[in-house]
Design a protein around this ligand. Structure first.
Ligand code: SAM
Length: 367
């Protein structure tokens, strides 16, 4: 094995150049970690920049004009991202989600999508490519995204109360413009659009029922997400979390819902369907019912560090391998070693104390 691990500590955490095993193999076959979890999903942050300053994600107090976003030369290029995606697909990844930051801010992102949707899974099926967006540019971009072959879109929207939403995104963006983006995506041919609402106690928990009611019968699926202690800048505390059980109780009291089977093993959202058959909602209980035991996700940061947990403190610098001319076999074998050694189960061991530990920001590793 190569032993020269270089460790770099910067504002984006502790990063090391991965080991390359002495005997490298062509990428192929699934990878299991120390707890038997396969590598199945990759989230890719295509930019660490965002045009929103959501108070719970990229607060203005931290992400201000002095914040050092990555310079362009540090970003993985589309060629580099496509190469990484092909390598992990050969290792069993079936789904890729583009995120950020705001992924639609990345210039010509549809050209990347076109290349990713042409890749195949181990079974020879097209890779499932999805994107999470704040929808600020969706009305303009939806037709190009559809034409590029994007399979699914998730839109974030934390309240239908315009004043409240403008205060949460902290850049005065209106609810009507997000809804316009959702309509444009539907008109472009995207179906079952998912709407993510992060619920924070005392901020938007009073808006849960209105959100469910608005999208009931629309064919879109609202997913209520427990507020998490990602990154180190949102001042998270357990008291701010509204447990999913409470969200289910609030919605059920107004519009009866019935728990439904998961679509596939390891699905993060718990599904509930309306008793009158008019659609479904989901709840993501990352805090109160950790799902680490079925977590099959890795994340690739904007500058090519691989993270094996959303709450990670350190990443594996794959870009250093790419930019030093390593072969596919070498990089794929390094990824294999990283995944085989993975032990992460942060949400199972979360305490108020771990929540205060230094973690990388979600905008950088991809939400
Ligand atoms: N800019 C895009 C967007 O707004 O959807 C993609 C990036 S954003 C980081 C991805 C998702 O993470 C959004 O739905 C956002 O609400 C969610 N998110 C951010 N911080 C969170 C937190 N502390 N807890 C739970 N979800 C969070």
């Amino acid at each position: 094995m190569t032993t020269n691990i270089i460790t770099i500590v910067d504002q984006r955490g502790i990063n090391s150049v991965p080991l390359i095993p002495a005997h490298t193999l062509a990428p192929g076959g699934t990878l299991a970690d120390t707890r038997g979890r396969l590598l199945r999903d990759l989230r890719i942050s295509v930019t660490d920049r965002c045009n929103f300053r959501c108070t719970y994600c990229m607060p203005k107090s931290v992400f201000d004009k002095n914040y050092k976003f990555l310079p362009r030369s540090e970003l993985l290029s589309f060629d580099e991202i496509t190469r990484m995606a092909a390598l992990v697909a050969a290792h069993g990844v079936e789904k890729i989600r583009l995120t950020g930051g705001e992924p639609l801010l990345r210039k010509n992102v549809e050209l990347l999508i076109e290349r990713l949707t042409a890749l195949k899974t181990l079974d020879g099926k097209p890779l499932d490519v999805a994107l999470t967006t704040n929808a600020s540019l969706l009305a303009r971009k939806a037709p190009a995204l559809k034409a590029a072959g994007l399979h699914r879109v998730t839109v974030s929207l934390d309240s239908l109360d315009d004043a409240k939403f403008r205060a949460i995104n902290d850049v005065d963006f209106s609810v009507a413009d997000v809804l316009g983006g959702i309509d444009a995506a539907q008109n472009a041919g995207f179906e079952s659009i998912k709407i993510n609402m992060v619920v924070k106690k005392g901020v938007n928990d009073q808006d849960v029922v209105a959100m469910a009611r608005h999208f009931k019968g629309s064919g879109h699926i609202v997913r209520f997400i427990e507020y998490m202690d990602v990154g180190s800048s949102n001042g998270w505390c357990m008291d701010d979390v509204v447990p999913s059980a409470e969200i289910v109780r609030m919605i059920n009291a107004e519009m009866p819902i019935i728990e439904a089977e998961s679509n596939y093993p390891g699905e993060v959202a718990e599904r509930w369907t309306y008793a009158d058959g008019s659609g479904e909602i989901g709840v993501i209980s990352s805090v109160t019912q950790a799902f680490c035991s079925t977590c099959t996700r890795a994340r690739l940061s904007t500058d090519g560090k691989l993270y094996t947990c959303l709450f990670g403190q350190s990443g594996h610098d794959l870009r250093a391998l790419i930019r030093s001319g390593k072969s596919d076999e070498q990089i794929a074998s390094a990824i294999g070693l990283i995944w085989n050694q993975r032990e992460d189960r942060y949400s199972e061991i979360r305490t108020e104390e771990t929540a205060r530990s230094q973690k990388v920001e979600m905008s950088y590793i991809g939400g």
